[in-house]
Design a protein around this ligand. Structure first.
Ligand code: AVI
Length: 322
């Protein structure tokens, strides 16, 4: 197989880890405290996320896999032949493998991932199953403009694959900006294949973010544990808890870390005070109706060419073009 070494664009990276202190200070210094959701994904957080995907309440992954099981061939037909497939994020790679198995003469596969370890692992696995497919991993932050590696032969089109409803973790305004950036990267003939979680029964959505086994709560609190590990803050994890509720006005699950009591936490050389029940906003998971998402795409200059649903009609994969 032909696997290129991981390329990086230095200027495209997230801030180095010692900037974590500045990020924490800034977010916790705001009147309404907030921390960015990408902070969840250190090694432990990524492992916890994989476990969330296996929880019975977390329907998103199961539904998207069921969707790919039923529709991967039809999706591949819509993308056409000689496609360069660029994936935003790498993850476990199951959905990618389901898609690649059905694709017609793909030119190359470019996984884009910020951390080198999962990137190398996904490439290693794919190389075993697809020895003929050129793999061009790119170690970069997909929310910033990308410098894509030169493809081994001219593709008919570039398709950006963004599964998992990760677009839901961006506020509507940021989601439009990201889609606009993707529109530039895919070029005139290109497309975006994107997983989008759908609005549904509130209890079902809230259960997905409050699993009984408590894995999501552990995932959420890992953000504080990570700060303790990496910037030496002294969050007492037993004095904070996870809280995730659906906000029907905004159409999103909003996840907060709640301070169980009044307390002070050391962040670097200073202290941050928390009132009892004060929250840190840490994640949005936006949910869309098909009409909502088409309107969002349109704001980014994109049209929904096709939509596929899973058998339970809980999750969608959509193909967007200019
Ligand atoms: C990665 N992302 C789509 C997940 C979601 O559903 O918003 C992250 C997650 N947060 C809590 N559970 C899962």
């Amino acid at each position: 197989s032909s696997v290129q070494p991981c390329s990086t664009g230095d200027d495209d990276r997230r801030p180095p880890l010692n900037d974590l202190l500045a990020i924490a200070r800034h977010g916790l210094g705001l009147k309404l405290k907030r921390l960015p959701s990408w902070l969840f994904y250190d090694e432990r957080g990524s492992a916890l996320f994989e476990r969330i995907c296996e929880q019975p309440e977390y329907y998103l992954t199961r539904c998207e896999v069921a969707l790919m099981d039923e529709h991967a061939a039809s999706i591949a037909d819509s993308l056409g032949s000689e496609v360069r497939l660029v994936e935003y994020g790498s993850g476990s790679g199951l959905k990618t493998r389901m898609l690649l198995r059905e694709m017609h003469d793909p030119v190359s596969y470019v996984p884009v991932e910020i951390s080198p370890a999962p990137l190398n692992e996904s490439v290693r696995r794919l190389a075993l199953e697809f020895p003929q497919l050129p793999l061009q991993p790119l170690c970069a932050d997909f929310s910033k403009p990308l410098r894509l590696p030169i493809p081994p032969r001219a593709p008919r089109r570039t398709v950006l694959y963004f599964p998992g409803s990760t677009i839901g973790n961006f506020e509507a305004r940021d989601a439009v900006d990201l889609l606009r950036k993707m529109r530039n990267e895919m070029g005139d003939a290109g497309g975006i294949l994107i997983g989008v979680d759908l609005k549904k029964d509130v209890a079902q959505m809230e259960a997905a973010y409050n699993d009984r086994a408590g894995v999501t709560a552990e995932f959420t609190l890992n953000m504080l544990a990570r700060l303790n590990r990496e910037i030496g803050s002294d969050f007492d994890l037993s004095a904070f808890h996870h809280h995730a509720r659906y906000n029907p006005m905004a159409g999103r699950i909003e996840t907060h870390i709640v301070s169980s009591r009044e307390q002070q936490v050391k962040i670097g050389s200073s202290k941050v005070g928390f009132r009892a029940d004060e929250v840190i906003q840490v994640e949005y998971s936006c949910k869309y109706s098909l009409e909502d998402f088409a309107a969002l795409a349109e704001k980014a200059g994109l049209a929904v060419m096709r939509t596929w649903l899973d058998p339970q009609r809980m999750f969608s994969v959509q193909y967007l073009v200019r």
